[in-house]
Write a protein that binds this ligand. Structure first.
Ligand code: SGN
Ligand code: CA
Length: 519
């Protein structure tokens, strides 16, 4: 398949008036500063909870600032909606079957393979990674890194250092990752080189433990129940079989902090371990806030629908409190870039490892190819670049070629993503992709979302659930944006079904997914 949109050498004016031509050899870029890259990726932060995408719930002025000063991608998707796989897709520019990291449970990332940070190093960049990594082997391709063991801890977290030591740091994780990132940019990097810094937050990952200073926020708010909260999953057996329901699977103790309530004893123990990381003052503030809520909860003795909706409200509040720190800390990074004079030649990217369910279909978690978790927020600010929205379909395999092209580095042929630089420059390439491929593998596993792959174009989505099930689903996203009506067997969609099956086949051939030969 032809690799579209390799750079057409169009000049990109910088905010400061300089002109940067991305494919010029380095030595010719005499008066032009190369671009730095600050890539901020959060965990489980979904577009419904980002005010530049959706004003119903969240207020995220700092995240919105990136979109206002740059671009917001309206059709941004992942290739495999889970942390480790997403990170592997992002760093290699390849789908899971090519980078070898299919799921969080069985895989270890082969750090000897090609990644964009390694290619940036070759192009003269200094590279750094701070925060969640989740790829099971130690990072390669970074001049500096400090990572969280596994999922990390919100309070007084451990970091694994480059010496392979584990060091505990006092404080709240989102602040600490930001402190370390700013410290690296200000005092630790080689200022003679352009840099690429990956800031990888744990927030908004389960179990949404907010900083003590934000605990009292949003307690007076009641959030609207999503339209699909009471979904009955008719015609969608894989959706019915999941274990990520707010009603049945969200734990009262671990997720919602109701110590003493009925729940999973293992999760209660995990929560206890999290609390025991706190110092006395943190724990006192935590208990002072949650204890009265626990008392009221016990007295109310909620059941059925009342309990279900109460869980949703508490989930929303905890998620938003955690988000407050995230938004504030992204603001700190933007302010630092301004103050340090770096904003004028730094591409800022904000995204998440996938989307998330905020009660849609009655769920939390992700994994499915349905819109809320297939979609991921993506805003970028490129000095001198386009401002506004970008509606083309983009995917997390596109970030690697984008950064390479921006750095003037060659994009290897085996990278499967497509550079977004033409879009960032305001071009409207006629041959942009018209459909996206998705493949999720982690099953059987936590939350029990069955294996599936599929294709989405701007109107339809076709999904095949396989392994211990053989079920096809087809959605007309215009008529049924909430994906409640599987029209795969509806005769009026027979032609669409054939076209989408053909499109799926073409994508599996193009990306060389071995699953095709097994079907
Ligand atoms: C943990 C969570 C799951 C979550 C996975 C994957 N359980 O196992 O709810 O789906 O991470 O998330 S927990 O009890 O440990 O919180 S991912 O974003 O890292 O892929
Ligand atoms: Ca995640």
């Amino acid at each position: 398949m032809k690799k579209v949109h390799l750079l057409t050498a169009a000049a990109l004016p910088l905010a400061g008036g300089a002109i940067f031509t991305a494919c010029q050899p380095k030595q010719q870029q005499t008066e032009q500063k190369p671009f730095n890259i600050v890539y901020i990726m959060t965990d489980d932060h979904t577009a419904q909870m980002m005010s530049c995408y959706d004003k119903r719930y969240a207020h995220t002025p700092n995240l919105d600032r990136i979109a206002e000063e740059g671009v917001l991608f309206t059709n941004s998707f992942v290739a495999n909606s889970l942390s480790g796989p997403s990170r592997a897709c992002m760093i290699t520019g390849k789908h899971s079957h090519k980078n070898g990291f299919y799921d969080n449970t069985n895989c270890k990332f082969d750090g000897s393979q090609q990644t964009f940070p390694k290619l940036l190093q070759k192009a003269g960049y200094e590279t750094a990674l701070i925060g969640k990594w989740h790829l099971e082997t130690l990072p390669t391709g970074f001049d500096h890194w400090e990572i969280l063991p596994g999922q990390g801890s919100y309070y007084n977290p451990d970091f694994i250092t480059q010496q392979n030591d584990t060091v505990q740091v006092h404080g709240y994780l989102t602040d600490i990752i930001t402190d370390k990132s700013i410290e690296w940019m200000e005092n630790q990097r080689d200022k003679n080189k352009p840099f690429c810094l990956l800031i990888h937050h744990k927030a908004q990952h389960r179990n949404w433990m907010a900083d003590t200073c934000n605990l009292r926020l949003y307690e007076d708010k009641t959030f609207p129940i999503p339209d699909t909260f009471y979904d009955d999953y008719e015609g969608r057996p894989a959706a019915a079989a999941q274990e990520m329901s707010i009603l049945k699977d969200m734990d009262l103790v671990y997720d919602l902090k109701m110590i003493g309530a009925e729940g999973n004893p293992d999760l209660a123990q995990t929560y206890d371990g999290m609390l025991s990381r706190m110092d006395e003052a943190q724990r006192a503030a935590w208990d002072a806030f949650y204890n009265p809520i626990i008392e009221d909860f016990k007295k109310a003795n909620l059941k059925g629908k009342d309990l279900y909706e109460w869980k949703f409200q508490r989930y929303m509040r905890d998620y938003l409190k955690t988000l407050k720190s995230l938004d504030d800390n992204v603001g700190r990074v933007l302010d630092y870039l301004d103050k340090a004079g770096l904003a004028e030649n730094t591409l800022v990217v904000y995204t998440s490892d996938q989307g998330f369910y905020m009660g849609e279909h009655g769920w939390f978690d992700k994994r499915f190819m349905y819109e809320e978790s297939f979609h991921t927020p993506l805003v970028m600010r490129l000095p001198g670049g386009k401002k506004g929205t970008i509606d083309q379909m983009v995917q997390n395999i596109d970030y690697a070629p984008t950064f390479l092209e921006l750095a003037g580095a060659p994009v290897p042929e085996d990278i499967q993503g497509v550079s977004l630089l033409p879009l960032l420059k305001g071009e409207n390439p006629a041959d942009w992709r018209t459909s996206l491929y998705y493949h999720f593998y982690e099953y059987p596993a936590e939350h029990m979302v069955k294996r599936h792959y599929g294709v989405r174009n701007d109107r339809y989505k076709l999904i095949h659930f396989y392994n211990d099930i053989d079920k096809w689903e087809l959605y007309d996203l215009k008529e049924d944006p909430q994906e409640l009506h599987n029209v795969y067997d509806d005769p009026s969609y027979a032609e669409v079904k054939e076209q989408m099956r053909h499109e799926l086949d073409s994508l599996q051939i193009m990306y060389d997914d071995p699953i095709r030969k097994l079907n």
